[in-house]
Design a protein around this ligand. Sequence first.
Ligand code: PGA
Length: 255
Amino acid sequence: MNKALRKAVIAGNWKMNKTPAEAAALINEMKPLVAGADCDVVLCVPYVDIPAALEAAKGSNIKIGAENVHFKASGAYTGEISAEMLTALGVEYVVIGHSERRQYFGETDQTVNLRSLAALKAGLKAIICVGETLEQRELGYTETLLKYQTKMALTNVTKEQLKNVIIAYEPVWAIGTGVTATDEQANEGNKYVRDAIAEVYGADVAETVTVQYGGSMNAKNAEGLLDKEHVDGGLIGGASLKAADFSVIVKAASR
Ligand code: PGA
């Protein structure tokens, strides 16, 4: 049904893991395992690993992404990296607004929006993360929050630019905890995101946007999650650091 309109995307988020040499080794291990996948395969890696990752992925179906991007093109922003710097290297994707950035580095809905606009303007594909904390869920704010975060992130994003947007629903309580959302909770969260997109861009457009689930997705639970109507892929942390596990998830998304 509508799921067929959308491209399944499995993206690894390596976080602060792997040296350049380790990155190349892991990608070389993954390449044969994910070859021929019927979904997009992306690895978002630390900035310093990008050249080695691009080189290792050359000629394969693995695309390389960054884990963040600044909203200015250049200037006095010590420690930051611009969208142009990423595209100059050959990077195609970037993760924006991951909950770890929001939690530890002062990322707000507004900066997530600015980073998204800069990435899209530069031609990058933006994987924008949204998600509720356990407290917000228990208070009953999940739908309100997911819709708010989604709309805030997409402020001033055009319908045309939306084609390069992936939203990742990542419940904060499920990230790196080993506690996965149930298939139903993931589907419901992803649906809230899609509803928010529909409220701004119309239902037809919303049906075409890839919405991923992320949060302890692994080789065992991926199939059930990815079978759900609104789950069009995954943003994978821990399991993307293991070639065998990651390839099982890619295969589950390729069915
Ligand atoms: P996890 O991380 O798969 O290790 O829970 C997901 C993410 O943070 O994107």
